[in-house]
Design a binder for this molecule. Structure first.
Ligand code: IPE
Ligand code: IPE
Ligand code: MG
Length: 245
């Protein structure tokens, strides 16, 4: 019975991925961690290319967290360079394919060249809506909620917003993800089983899926498998399955 129901479940509208395991992938090959991050960008390209074909409209990738500042300066530098080069190399192609890019996270503390590239990618794709690619960079879920709350408080102080009018829906519109629906499926690679401060608000009712594969080895076939697994989940949102009452 429940199998019949799941066969009709739509693909997730919004998939979020914690791309983890680049460092271990490199270490296993006797290479520096940055080698794994470079390889990880190839996976980003494969996944960004293929996700739309699976019927998914919104993809959010966790690329640099507010906690990743704890890493050595040379690794942070390598990650910033990769981000800049990825956008420089792929922006035009993505823009022509109708991809809307949003970079989630704080702009504070970002190098000027990286911040500029981020602005450019968002401005260039502003009018697109075929596929939404969100890249979480210098992103923390708590930081996002605090930034939104601060902006709301400032609007209230300026008399532009009535605090009594605030509800879950209007609060969400102040978050970095205002163009995307809640996360349906959150995937983390590399075998770690935690959220690490990713999309705390948006993933309140996300289905979680942890895979052992390290990010550089992750394939679009595995993403398709993840979607199939998602379709068999029973999403109750605190209620009951149909027919269970
Ligand atoms: C994920 O890979 C990429 C980032 C966090 C930037 P890691 O760098 O965390 O790789 P592991 O977890 O050390 O293997
Ligand atoms: C989470 O991975 C952040 C990104 C993938 C960008 P980490 O490797 O930084 O997370 P922890 O430290 O294992 O929780
Ligand atoms: Mg990690």
């Amino acid at each position: 019975m429940s199998e019949d129901a799941s066969a009709d479940r739509p693909v997730p509208a919004h998939i979020a991925i914690i791309m983890d395991g680049n460092g271990r992938w490199a270490r296993r090959r006797g290479q520096p961690r940055a080698f794994g991050h470079r390889k990880g960008v190839e996976t980003v390209r494969r996944i960004v290319e293929g996700t739309g074909d699976l019927g998914v409209k919104h993809l959010t990738l966790f690329s640099f967290s507010t906690e990743n500042w704890r890493r050595p300066a040379d690794e942070i530098g390598a990650l910033f360079e990769l981000m800049k080069h990825y956008i420089a190399a792929d922006l035009e192609g993505l823009a022509k394919r109708g991809v809307r890019i949003r970079i989630l996270g704080s702009r504070k503390g970002l190098r000027e060249d990286v911040a500029e590239m981020i602005e450019r990618s968002e401005a260039r794709t502003r009018d697109n809506s075929d596929f939404h690619l969100n890249i979480a960079f210098n992103y923390g879920g708590r930081d996002e909620i605090v930034r939104a709350t601060r902006a709301i408080a400032e609007a209230a102080r300026a008399g532009e917003l009535d605090p009594a009018s605030l509800d879950e829906e209007s609060f969400a519109s102040w978050l970095d993800t205002s163009d995307s629906p809640d996360v349906d499926l959150m995937i983390r690679t590399s075998g770690e089983q935690r959220i690490s401060n990713f999309l705390l608000w948006q993933a309140a009712y996300a289905e979680l899926l942890f895979v052992d594969t390290l990010w550089p080895d992750f394939t679009i076939a595995q993403l398709a498998d993840a979607i199939e697994a998602y379709k068999t989940r029973s999403r109750r949102y605190g209620g009951l399955d149909a027919g269970a009452a």
